[in-house]
Design a protein around this ligand. Structure first.
Ligand code: NAD
Ligand code: UDP
Length: 328
């Protein structure tokens, strides 16, 4: 039985990846320090004989007994609100955490896949974004802690690949959504759906003309799975190219949720990218992958999930005590 270590396992993407690898017959070791994730995302796997969860901060030395075939490094705060609140942890998990995991992969002769992001393109001047684009990132802006951690993560991964001959894979993930996102992580989909459910106005930042392209989680997981098993070591974009402005998206959410509230406009956050759309030509060619779930279907499924949450979850504006999880 193949063994896979998934960091960030209690998070949104990590927990869906655990499900997928269990389904494929792997032994899965999940690792998480629960700083932005939630144990509840894994409760259905806890008693599974091929699943174990280790509570650990990956910025500290990592010890795993026995062999490992694959490592998927998904630990990192991922929403702008989260990484602005814990900027140093964000830099550390991308830099020190990745270094520890690459060392572990080398020791175990395991293949390592890292979760990079469309944020490596910053506020892009090339549209849609191809993997060949070097990006436009403000290193010292508030988002720089995330963007630069991810850029460093790509660099050190390529260095281990070239210098040590380690088998590595880099996925550049574009905005992905679905069940198990944290309702109050500040990302636009949980934000709008939470507001609709609480009967609040929907907050569009700026004039809403900025664009995003949203990918449903099942499609993302399929792309990541195929990339891991491919023999391609340069970065690959995985996302859904169907682009929409944030103001049009707010209207779609009003229709979907049936809320009678209106849209209100707030300041645009610093360095908020104005446009984003993945060019997925490469993924189509080498992975024979493309997204299958349209926005209407994906948003419906996601809204069903949020509707099922407790009133308590719905009304907590911030249920995460980040400080509790940070060791000095
Ligand atoms: P998430 O916040 O739901 O999950 C991240 C998980 O990592 C959490 O469970 C958190 O507790 C854990 N974590 C953070 N720091 C840790 C540390 N030092 N040690 C151990 N665990 C730690 O976020 P997500 O959306 O699931 O994102 C997962 C990964 O995918 C991240 O690396 C993120 O940068 C990347 N990504 C996600 C998206 C997206 O749209 N969801 C887009 C681009 C990239
Ligand atoms: N956004 C918004 N209202 C919100 C939350 C986000 O208008 O309540 C905007 C945000 O400014 C950005 C887009 O939605 O332009 C996507 O934001 P998100 O935080 O989901 O992801 P990212 O900016 O990292 O793509």
């Amino acid at each position: 039985m193949k063994k896979v270590l998934i960091t960030g396992a209690a998070g949104f993407l990590g927990s869906h990846l655990c499900d997928r690898f269990i389904k494929e017959g792997y032994h899965v070791i999940g690792m998480d320090n629960f700083i932005t994730g939630d144990r509840k995302n894994l409760s259905h796997l806890e008693s599974h004989s091929n699943f174990e969860i280790i509570e650990h901060d990956v910025t500290e030395f990592i010890n795993i007994e026995g062999e490992l075939d694959y490592i998927l490094h998904f630990a990192s705060p991922a929403s702008p609100i989260d990484y602005l609140k814990i900027p140093i942890q964000t830099l550390k998990v991308g830099a020190l955490g990745t270094h520890n995991l690459l060392g572990l992969a080398k020791a175990k002769n395991a293949r390592m896949l890292i979760a990079s992001t469309s944020e490596v393109y910053g506020d892009p001047l090339v549209h849609p974004q191809t993997e060949a684009y070097y990006g436009n990132v403000n290193t010292i802006g508030p988002r720089g802690v995330y963007d630069e951690a991810k850029r460093f993560q790509e660099s050190i991964t390529m260095a281990y690949h070239r210098f040590h001959g380690l088998e590595t894979r880099i996925v550049r993930i574009f905005n992905t959504y679905g069940p198990r996102m944290r309702l109050n992580d500040g990302r636009v989909i949980p934000a709008f759906m939470g507001q609709a459910l609480r009967g609040e106005d929907l907050t569009v930042f700026g004039d809403g003309s900025q664009t995003r392209s949203f990918c449903y989680v099942d499609d993302q997981v399929e792309g990541i799975y195929r990339l891991l098993l491919s023999d391609y070591s340069d970065p690959v974009n995985i996302g859904n190219p169907h682009e929409i402005t944030i103001s049009d998206f707010a209207e779609e959410i009003i229709k979907l949720t049936g809320t009678t509230q209106k849209v209100i406009y707030k300041d645009l956050p610093v360095d908020d990218p104005m446009q984003r759309q993945p060019d997925i030509t490469l993924a189509k060619k080498i992975l024979e992958w493309e997204p299958k779930v349209g926005r209407e279907e994906g948003m419906k499924k996601t809204f069903e999930y949020f509707k099922g949450l407790s009133q308590d979850d719905l009304h907590k504006s911030e249920h995460k005590d980040f400080k509790k999880h940070i060791k000095k």
